[in-house]
Design a protein around this ligand. Sequence first.
Ligand code: URA
Length: 267
Amino acid sequence: MTAEPTYRGFALDAETALALLQWQSELGADEPCLDAPLDRYAMPERAEAPAPAPAPAPAAAKPPAEAEDLVARATAMAAAATSLAELAQAQEDFDGIELKKGARNFCFCDGNPAARVMIIGEAPGEEEDRQGRPFVGRAGQLLDQMFAAIGLSRQAVDAERALYITNVLTWRPPGNRRPEPAEIAMMLPFLARHVELAQPQFLVLMGNTPCIAALNQQGILKLRGTWTTAFGLPALPMAHPAYLLRTPLAKREAWADLLSLAARLDG
Ligand code: URA
């Protein structure tokens, strides 16, 4: 008979183990370390500190000239697109971004392109990568509930009630890590053209990454709730639903932000 696995003294069934793993993955953990925490303060001091290892170059880092060249190429490809379908094709074809090699699916948009409200998120996660559509995992389910509370839905045919959804990055970063500045810079021309072609009336910037991309600002907890201008349109920064899942108390402020959007739509 095999012993029941345990975690910190608790019996660990398969379902709980999977939930724990998913939770850690959502927090950004992408490699196993140790079974138990290691108290380095309690360890004997080393006689001689080893020389610090040189910092590894980030995987996506490119020499500045090459990176600039890629941004110029992305800009030209985006500008040449005259419809959303052409833009999606151009963005999918763009080979300058390393993330493309590790992702399963291209994740361009979801919802109704005629919507008055366009939501811009960060990047596909695991479920989005699997389905090739933005915001279809747990955070996406919360996003749907939030916007349903003010009468908006990505399934709505009527533009008044509809939502259109995209992300700054269209390919999943490994282990759901944060997008790097070079990746944001390369995708920005596509995002700007996406907004231009979709012509929404209002933008919602979901979390820090779209604020970095569209406003060149970060600090979503300060930015949220204050209307600003992005890509020439009225834009509302809001806390990301993944943050709201971890911080339920912040849902009160998110509700205030949704009411502010509803008031703009009515006004
Ligand atoms: N988080 C995002 O920002 N976008 C998604 O599509 C999914 C999770």
